[in-house]
Write a protein that binds this ligand. Structure first.
Ligand SMILES: Nc1ncnc2c1ncn2[C@@H]1O[C@H](COP(=O)(O)OP(=O)(O)OP(=O)(O)O)[C@@H](O)[C@H]1O
Ligand SMILES: [Mg+2]
Length: 236
Protein backbone atom coordinates (compact mmCIF):
# COMPACT_ATOMS: atom_id res chain seq x y z
CA UNK A 1 0.00 0.00 0.00
CA UNK A 2 1.26 3.47 -0.86
CA UNK A 3 2.01 5.91 1.92
CA UNK A 4 0.22 9.19 1.20
CA UNK A 5 1.10 11.18 4.29
CA UNK A 6 4.18 10.49 6.31
CA UNK A 7 5.11 12.13 9.57
CA UNK A 8 8.61 11.21 10.59
CA UNK A 9 10.18 11.98 13.96
CA UNK A 10 8.31 15.22 14.46
CA UNK A 11 9.22 17.41 17.41
CA UNK A 12 6.89 20.29 18.27
CA UNK A 13 5.41 22.17 21.20
CA UNK A 14 4.71 25.57 22.63
CA UNK A 15 7.54 27.71 23.96
CA UNK A 16 9.63 25.50 26.21
CA UNK A 17 6.92 22.88 26.45
CA UNK A 18 7.82 20.05 24.10
CA UNK A 19 4.68 18.06 23.32
CA UNK A 20 5.78 15.88 20.39
CA UNK A 21 9.16 14.25 20.96
CA UNK A 22 9.72 12.39 17.73
CA UNK A 23 6.22 11.38 16.65
CA UNK A 24 5.86 9.31 13.48
CA UNK A 25 2.82 8.06 11.59
CA UNK A 26 2.25 6.66 8.12
CA UNK A 27 -1.10 7.17 6.45
CA UNK A 28 -1.88 4.82 3.59
CA UNK A 29 -3.51 6.12 0.46
CA UNK A 30 -7.23 5.40 0.42
CA UNK A 31 -7.36 4.32 4.06
CA UNK A 32 -8.78 5.56 7.34
CA UNK A 33 -6.15 6.02 10.01
CA UNK A 34 -7.17 6.51 13.64
CA UNK A 35 -5.22 8.49 16.23
CA UNK A 36 -6.04 8.13 19.89
CA UNK A 37 -4.35 9.14 23.12
CA UNK A 38 -4.99 10.77 26.48
CA UNK A 39 -6.20 14.35 26.80
CA UNK A 40 -3.28 16.71 26.34
CA UNK A 41 -1.13 14.04 24.65
CA UNK A 42 -0.67 16.23 21.57
CA UNK A 43 -3.11 14.90 18.97
CA UNK A 44 -4.27 18.37 17.99
CA UNK A 45 -0.67 19.54 18.14
CA UNK A 46 0.27 16.84 15.62
CA UNK A 47 -2.44 18.08 13.22
CA UNK A 48 -1.23 21.66 13.69
CA UNK A 49 2.32 20.58 12.86
CA UNK A 50 1.11 18.79 9.70
CA UNK A 51 -0.74 21.94 8.64
CA UNK A 52 2.25 24.18 9.38
CA UNK A 53 0.29 26.13 11.98
CA UNK A 54 3.11 25.67 14.48
CA UNK A 55 6.82 25.20 13.83
CA UNK A 56 8.16 21.66 13.99
CA UNK A 57 11.29 19.62 13.44
CA UNK A 58 11.33 16.32 11.60
CA UNK A 59 9.89 15.44 8.22
CA UNK A 60 6.32 15.66 7.00
CA UNK A 61 5.64 14.64 3.42
CA UNK A 62 2.57 14.34 1.23
CA UNK A 63 2.81 11.92 -1.66
CA UNK A 64 6.57 11.85 -1.19
CA UNK A 65 6.95 15.65 -1.39
CA UNK A 66 8.17 17.35 1.79
CA UNK A 67 5.84 20.01 3.19
CA UNK A 68 8.72 21.69 5.00
CA UNK A 69 8.83 25.42 4.40
CA UNK A 70 5.26 25.59 3.07
CA UNK A 71 2.82 27.96 4.75
CA UNK A 72 -0.56 26.57 5.89
CA UNK A 73 -2.31 27.89 2.78
CA UNK A 74 0.21 26.14 0.52
CA UNK A 75 -0.24 22.91 2.48
CA UNK A 76 -3.98 23.14 1.92
CA UNK A 77 -3.35 23.77 -1.75
CA UNK A 78 -1.07 20.73 -1.80
CA UNK A 79 -4.05 18.67 -0.67
CA UNK A 80 -4.17 18.51 3.13
CA UNK A 81 -7.43 19.58 4.69
CA UNK A 82 -7.90 20.07 8.42
CA UNK A 83 -11.22 20.12 10.24
CA UNK A 84 -10.36 21.45 13.72
CA UNK A 85 -11.73 20.23 17.02
CA UNK A 86 -13.69 23.41 17.57
CA UNK A 87 -16.62 24.05 15.28
CA UNK A 88 -15.36 25.89 12.28
CA UNK A 89 -18.48 27.16 10.61
CA UNK A 90 -19.55 30.77 10.22
CA UNK A 91 -22.73 30.78 12.35
CA UNK A 92 -24.22 33.87 10.72
CA UNK A 93 -23.85 32.56 7.20
CA UNK A 94 -26.05 29.99 5.51
CA UNK A 95 -24.89 26.47 4.67
CA UNK A 96 -24.18 27.26 1.05
CA UNK A 97 -22.50 30.54 1.93
CA UNK A 98 -20.19 28.63 4.27
CA UNK A 99 -19.27 26.31 1.41
CA UNK A 100 -18.68 29.24 -0.90
CA UNK A 101 -16.40 31.07 1.56
CA UNK A 102 -14.39 27.87 1.98
CA UNK A 103 -14.14 27.43 -1.77
CA UNK A 104 -13.17 31.04 -2.49
CA UNK A 105 -10.52 31.00 0.24
CA UNK A 106 -8.51 28.55 -1.82
CA UNK A 107 -9.84 28.86 -5.35
CA UNK A 108 -7.08 28.41 -7.86
CA UNK A 109 -6.95 28.58 -11.62
CA UNK A 110 -7.77 25.31 -13.30
CA UNK A 111 -9.37 23.64 -10.26
CA UNK A 112 -12.92 22.28 -10.14
CA UNK A 113 -15.66 24.91 -10.24
CA UNK A 114 -17.60 25.93 -7.15
CA UNK A 115 -20.75 24.38 -8.61
CA UNK A 116 -19.13 21.01 -9.13
CA UNK A 117 -17.60 20.96 -5.64
CA UNK A 118 -20.87 22.03 -4.09
CA UNK A 119 -22.71 19.23 -5.88
CA UNK A 120 -20.01 16.81 -4.76
CA UNK A 121 -20.49 17.65 -1.07
CA UNK A 122 -24.28 17.75 -1.40
CA UNK A 123 -24.03 14.28 -2.93
CA UNK A 124 -22.01 13.13 0.06
CA UNK A 125 -24.24 14.92 2.60
CA UNK A 126 -27.81 15.10 1.22
CA UNK A 127 -29.11 16.67 4.43
CA UNK A 128 -26.97 19.71 3.81
CA UNK A 129 -28.54 20.10 0.39
CA UNK A 130 -31.96 20.23 2.02
CA UNK A 131 -30.73 22.99 4.31
CA UNK A 132 -28.65 25.05 1.94
CA UNK A 133 -30.24 28.32 3.07
CA UNK A 134 -30.31 27.63 6.81
CA UNK A 135 -27.98 29.69 9.00
CA UNK A 136 -25.17 27.44 10.16
CA UNK A 137 -25.50 28.69 13.74
CA UNK A 138 -29.09 27.48 13.90
CA UNK A 139 -28.22 23.91 12.98
CA UNK A 140 -27.84 21.07 15.47
CA UNK A 141 -24.40 20.09 16.74
CA UNK A 142 -24.29 17.06 14.46
CA UNK A 143 -25.36 19.06 11.44
CA UNK A 144 -22.69 21.69 12.15
CA UNK A 145 -20.06 18.95 12.38
CA UNK A 146 -21.23 17.61 9.05
CA UNK A 147 -21.01 21.08 7.55
CA UNK A 148 -17.49 21.47 8.95
CA UNK A 149 -16.47 18.25 7.20
CA UNK A 150 -18.15 19.42 4.00
CA UNK A 151 -16.14 22.65 4.21
CA UNK A 152 -13.00 20.57 4.52
CA UNK A 153 -13.92 18.74 1.32
CA UNK A 154 -14.44 21.80 -0.87
CA UNK A 155 -10.97 21.50 -2.38
CA UNK A 156 -10.73 17.84 -3.26
CA UNK A 157 -8.21 17.17 -0.51
CA UNK A 158 -5.88 14.24 -0.87
CA UNK A 159 -6.08 13.70 2.86
CA UNK A 160 -8.64 14.93 5.37
CA UNK A 161 -7.62 15.44 9.01
CA UNK A 162 -10.60 15.20 11.37
CA UNK A 163 -10.03 16.27 14.98
CA UNK A 164 -12.66 14.70 17.24
CA UNK A 165 -15.61 15.17 14.89
CA UNK A 166 -18.10 13.52 17.24
CA UNK A 167 -17.45 15.32 20.54
CA UNK A 168 -20.65 16.21 22.33
CA UNK A 169 -22.94 14.33 19.99
CA UNK A 170 -25.53 11.77 21.09
CA UNK A 171 -24.73 8.07 20.51
CA UNK A 172 -27.06 7.77 17.53
CA UNK A 173 -25.64 10.86 15.86
CA UNK A 174 -22.10 9.60 16.53
CA UNK A 175 -23.06 6.35 14.85
CA UNK A 176 -24.52 8.13 11.82
CA UNK A 177 -21.60 10.53 11.48
CA UNK A 178 -19.13 7.64 11.65
CA UNK A 179 -21.12 5.88 8.90
CA UNK A 180 -20.90 9.04 6.82
CA UNK A 181 -17.14 9.24 7.33
CA UNK A 182 -16.75 5.59 6.35
CA UNK A 183 -18.92 6.17 3.29
CA UNK A 184 -16.81 9.15 2.30
CA UNK A 185 -13.79 6.93 2.38
CA UNK A 186 -15.33 3.84 0.78
CA UNK A 187 -17.34 5.44 -2.03
CA UNK A 188 -15.36 8.54 -2.70
CA UNK A 189 -11.87 7.37 -1.89
CA UNK A 190 -10.99 10.19 0.52
CA UNK A 191 -8.00 9.29 2.71
CA UNK A 192 -8.80 10.19 6.30
CA UNK A 193 -6.93 10.63 9.57
CA UNK A 194 -9.32 10.80 12.49
CA UNK A 195 -8.68 11.70 16.12
CA UNK A 196 -11.43 10.25 18.23
CA UNK A 197 -11.96 9.53 21.92
CA UNK A 198 -14.75 7.13 21.21
CA UNK A 199 -12.68 4.07 20.42
CA UNK A 200 -15.64 1.74 20.10
CA UNK A 201 -17.06 3.85 17.26
CA UNK A 202 -13.61 4.31 15.84
CA UNK A 203 -13.03 0.58 15.76
CA UNK A 204 -15.80 0.17 13.19
CA UNK A 205 -14.14 2.35 10.62
CA UNK A 206 -10.35 2.46 10.95
CA UNK A 207 -7.68 0.43 9.23
CA UNK A 208 -4.51 1.55 10.97
CA UNK A 209 -4.54 2.88 14.48
CA UNK A 210 -1.92 4.94 16.30
CA UNK A 211 -1.71 5.80 19.96
CA UNK A 212 0.02 9.06 20.87
CA UNK A 213 1.44 9.07 24.34
CA UNK A 214 4.50 10.61 25.97
CA UNK A 215 5.23 12.51 22.78
CA UNK A 216 5.55 9.51 20.48
CA UNK A 217 3.17 7.45 18.37
CA UNK A 218 2.85 3.74 18.49
CA UNK A 219 1.09 1.74 15.80
CA UNK A 220 -1.38 -0.82 17.07
CA UNK A 221 -2.53 -3.78 15.11
CA UNK A 222 -5.41 -2.70 12.96
CA UNK A 223 -8.92 -3.95 13.32
CA UNK A 224 -11.74 -4.42 15.72
CA UNK A 225 -10.07 -7.33 17.47
CA UNK A 226 -7.36 -5.21 19.01
CA UNK A 227 -9.77 -2.53 20.09
CA UNK A 228 -12.24 -4.99 21.48
CA UNK A 229 -9.68 -6.46 23.83
CA UNK A 230 -8.60 -5.00 27.14
CA UNK A 231 -5.17 -4.50 25.61
CA UNK A 232 -6.09 -1.11 24.28
CA UNK A 233 -6.53 0.34 27.75
CA UNK A 234 -2.92 -0.40 28.56
CA UNK A 235 -1.88 2.21 26.04
CA UNK A 236 -4.15 5.00 27.19
N1 LIG B 1 -1.63 27.21 22.17
C1 LIG B 1 -1.03 26.55 23.17
N2 LIG B 1 -0.15 27.15 23.99
C2 LIG B 1 0.45 26.47 24.98
N3 LIG B 1 0.25 25.18 25.26
C3 LIG B 1 -0.63 24.52 24.47
C4 LIG B 1 -1.31 25.17 23.39
N4 LIG B 1 -2.13 24.26 22.80
C5 LIG B 1 -1.95 23.11 23.48
N5 LIG B 1 -1.06 23.26 24.48
C6 LIG B 1 -0.61 22.21 25.40
O1 LIG B 1 -0.01 21.18 24.62
C7 LIG B 1 -0.38 19.89 25.12
C8 LIG B 1 -1.02 19.09 24.01
O2 LIG B 1 -2.26 19.70 23.68
P1 LIG B 1 -3.19 19.15 22.52
O3 LIG B 1 -4.32 20.10 22.39
O4 LIG B 1 -2.38 18.87 21.32
O5 LIG B 1 -3.67 17.76 23.14
P2 LIG B 1 -4.75 16.73 22.62
O6 LIG B 1 -4.11 15.38 22.60
O7 LIG B 1 -5.34 17.22 21.36
O8 LIG B 1 -5.82 16.76 23.81
P3 LIG B 1 -7.43 16.61 23.78
O9 LIG B 1 -7.71 15.13 23.72
O10 LIG B 1 -7.85 17.15 25.12
O11 LIG B 1 -7.96 17.38 22.62
C9 LIG B 1 -1.27 20.15 26.33
O12 LIG B 1 -0.48 20.03 27.48
C10 LIG B 1 -1.76 21.56 26.13
O13 LIG B 1 -1.98 22.19 27.37
MG1 LIG C 1 -7.20 17.84 20.79
Amino acid sequence: MTVLLSVDSVIAGYGDHRVLKGASIEVHSGGICGLIGPNGAGKTTLFRAIMGLIPSEGEIALGGSPLRGLLPLARRQAGVSYVPQERNVFPNLGVEENLEVAYRSLASQGGASFDSRREYVYGAFPRLAQRRLQLAGSMSGGEQRTLAIAIGLMHEPRVLLLDEPTTGLSPLVVHLLMNTIRELNASRGVTIVIVEQNIISLSRIVGDLFVLKDGVCRCLEAGTQTLATQKIWEYL
